[in-house]
Design a binder for this molecule. Sequence first.
Ligand code: RTP
Ligand code: MG
Length: 139
Amino acid sequence: MATNRTFTMIKPEAVAAGNTGKILDMIIEAGFKIKALKLTTLSKERAGEFYEVHKERPFYGELVDYMSSGPVVAAILEKDNAVADFRALIGATDPAEAADGTIRKAFAKSKAENAVHGSDSDENAEIEGKFHFAANEIV
Ligand code: RTP
Ligand code: MG
C-alpha cells in the first residue's frame, strides 16, 4: 500500500447508533477517497490481535470486548498526508479533549467508546489494511 493511505474502523457503538453514513460523509468531505470498505464483526481473537500493541495496558481486556461487541466498518482511505490528516480529522482519543469539527467530538461517547480508529503511522496503516482486506478487495 502506498504511504498516502490510512486505515480506519468505525467502532461498534457508532455503527450501532446509526452514525456510519454521517461519519463516512465527514471523511469524504475532508477529501479522503475510499479504496476499500466493508461491514464486518471481529471475533475476540481478531480484536485482540488487531490491538496487540496495547496488550500490557490496563484497558486491553475492555478494549477487546468492546471491539468485538458488534459490527464495525473497516476502510482504507487515500489522501496526501493521509495518516496525519486523518488523525487530525478524528481528534483526540478522549472526546472531552477533541477539537470542534472532529469526528470524535461529534460522535464519541467516551475515551473507550470513541467512534473511530485511525492508524498512527504509514507502517501500521499498511499492516492494518492488509489485516482486514485481501488484495482483490482494494481498488
Ligand atoms: P485508535 O488506535 O483506536 O485510533 O485510538 P488512539 O490511537 O486515539 O488511542 P490508543 O492509545 O491507540 O488506544 C486505543 C483505543 O483503546 C481505547 N482506550 N481506552 N479506557 C481508557 O483509558 C482507554 N484508553 C484507550 C480507545 O478505544 C482507544 O481508541
Ligand atoms: Mg492508536
